[in-house]
Write a protein that binds this ligand. Structure first.
Ligand code: 5AD
Ligand code: FES
Length: 345
């Protein structure tokens, strides 16, 4: 076996030179994906966990240059789901066998802490056997703590890039990597299962930046790591920039599986958007989570972080059915339990 792959498999660590070789050429790809799949099977068998995604608001106070729902995009058709609409999504999901709900939205102050806690505690009361995940951006320690006490035990917040200069090229000056990191460590301190991650092939990203992302993740030790290719959106300042590639994203899924054998790694919607069978390939490269969309069909198109997002015309049941078929065709099996992360080594 190639010595780079051997190193990665045997000690979970690679130096920066090895990582550069792995990421910048395709010569290791087959072996890399194979070894990553072996490691995922040692840890998780052929199980794939499902997380039902509820995109409850596309209002956002932030103005990230890459994102279609950024504040300055006045072409965005804005919507908000009320508590009853959110609960209806949960009900549909529950009946389909989903036991984790991910409430994701832009940073929308309409949903103040009281409202978030109210929604979370109602879901928690109605679905005692379910996990509630929030993905609602940067908040204070106290706010995060209040959601946790209301019953949310998981939080997704991608760091997006761990390099200061790169961060500044993707975000307006008012946002900072420092605060992003503060949020992630606060979430851990409170006791959340934390998910982080980054976009692959975002504008100005270098291989060195990606290596910094991996090093930051080693420091953070998240339970979940979500990555997906950057995909252009025409109504953003990055209109016309190149998309991230399927190949590099898959390579990184495998590298993540090897560096973080226990992590929950989703085959993301963005991966399924740049390539028809992107999610299947993601699973075969080491991913072990899929996230069917539970949002009302009427609002799905409006939550357009990037163009041509898949699953915008499907009912939740079709979405899950489609994902189930895809998972099975790749040789894996969906499990409907709550799907906690396995203990870290
Ligand atoms: N392409 C791909 N991913 C994007 N995200 C936001 N905008 C884009 C885009 N144009 C990702 C970010 C964010 C997650 C919810 O979606 O990484 O954290
Ligand atoms: Fe949504 Fe395929 S996963 S339609």
């Amino acid at each position: 076996m190639n010595s780079i792959i051997y190193n990665l498999e045997s000690n979970n660590n690679l130096n920066d030179n090895d990582l550069t070789c792995l990421l910048e050429t395709d010569i290791y790809d087959d072996e890399l994906h194979k070894v990553a799949d072996k490691v995922r099977k040692e840890n998780y068998g052929n199980f794939v966990y499902i997380r039902g995604l509820i995109e409850f608001t596309n209002y956002c106070k932030n103005d990230c240059y890459y994102c279609g729902i950024r504040r300055s995009n006045d072409k965005s058709d804005r919507y908000r789901l009320n508590k009853d609409e959110i609960l209806k999504c949960c009900k549909t999901g529950y009946e389909l066998g989903i036991r984790t709900f991910v409430l994701q939205g832009g940073e929308d102050s309409y949903y103040n802490d009281n409202l978030i806690c109210d929604i979370v505690s109602d879901i928690h009361k109605l679905y005692r056997d379910c996990a509630i995940t929030l993905s609602i951006g940067e908040k204070s320690y106290e706010s995060y703590k209040s959601y946790f006490d209301a019953g949310a035990k998981r939080f997704l917040l991608r760091h997006e890039t761990a390099n200061e200069e790169h961060y500044a090229r993707l975000h307006p000056e008012i946002m900072s990597l420092e605060n992003r990191k503060r949020c992630l460590f606060d979430l851990k301190k409170i006791g959340y299962q934390v998910g982080s991650g980054f976009m692959v092939g975002s504008p100005y990203q270098t291989t060195q930046n990606i290596i910094e992302d991996l090093r930051f993740l080693q420091e953070l030790e998240p339970d979940m790591i979500g990555i997906g290719p950057y995909i252009n959106h025409k109504d953003t300042p990055f209109a016309g920039k190149k998309n991230g590639t399927l190949e590099l994203t898959l390579r990184l899924v495998s590298v993540l599986r090897l560096m973080f054998p226990y992590a929950l790694i989703p085959a993301t919607t963005a991966l399924g958007t740049i390539s028809l069978n992107g999610r299947e390939l993601g699973l075969k490269s080491g991913a072990n989570v899929v996230m069917p969309n539970l949002s009302p069909v009427e609002t799905r198109k409006k939550y357009d972080l990037y163009e041509n997002k898949i699953c915008t015309g499907e009912e939740a049941a079709e979405c899950l059915g489609c994902l189930e078929r895809r998972v099975e065709s790749a040789g894996y099996r969906i499990v409907t339990d709550i799907g906690d992360v396995k203990k870290h080594a």
